[in-house]
Design a protein around this ligand. Sequence first.
Ligand code: UDP
Length: 238
Amino acid sequence: MTLPPIKRVLLKLSGEVLMGNQEYGIDPEYVARLAEEVKAAKDSGIEVCLVIGGGNIFRGISAAAKGLDRTTGDYMGMLATVMNALAMQNALEQAGVQTRVQSAIPMASVCEPYIRRRAERHLEKGRIVIFAAGTGNPFFTTDTGAALRAAEMNCDALLKGTSVDGVYDSDPKHNPDAVRFDTITYDQVLADNLKVMDATAVALCRENNIPLVVFSIREKGNVAKVLSGEGTQTIVQK
Ligand code: UDP
């Protein structure tokens, strides 16, 4: 299985990667490094949509386990993704890339609201659009937000940049014999409950036939490699 030709991509980064080597929050130096990766994708001539998680700052479900109301926690998590989006916007613009942030939760003095047609126009003009605040609804994740936006924006693939270099048959951080898949089907990911993205996100990709590529964003130059089919990655397809 190989990727179809890619004209437009949605790149999803977990909030965690913005921490760099910190335990929490945002490391601006590391975000600048990530911005170079994102810029490389754009410079290769494709249109780039970006979704960033919020787990480096706040996760509703973790706070709920300690007694915070889940819905309130999830809104706080969505606000965290807006902070990450602004940090990435800043880094990209410092690298000379034009961007717009669109939030699923309107906040007029901070960024644009999510408007699909407007996002289309930004992409046509060569801007990177960063979709913030996930789906705008509690009880979802930014993975699902990414799958939703990838479907709405007719992206040719969803690239998930994380700290591991693909999908394994067991957790490589705990099992040294874990084996990485080069390719795998959506159905197998769902049936075996493999930790790729949450099930809602995988199901959305399956329904809309959007190939999902899981790769390590920590490795320098990897976005460009993955896009040219030369990287270490797992492709999830039909
Ligand atoms: N969140 C939400 N709805 C969404 C997207 C995110 O409620 O559509 C909240 C949820 O609390 C989640 C947090 O935002 O834990 C941060 O997002 P996520 O955990 O997906 O970030 P990542 O793991 O990618 O860093």
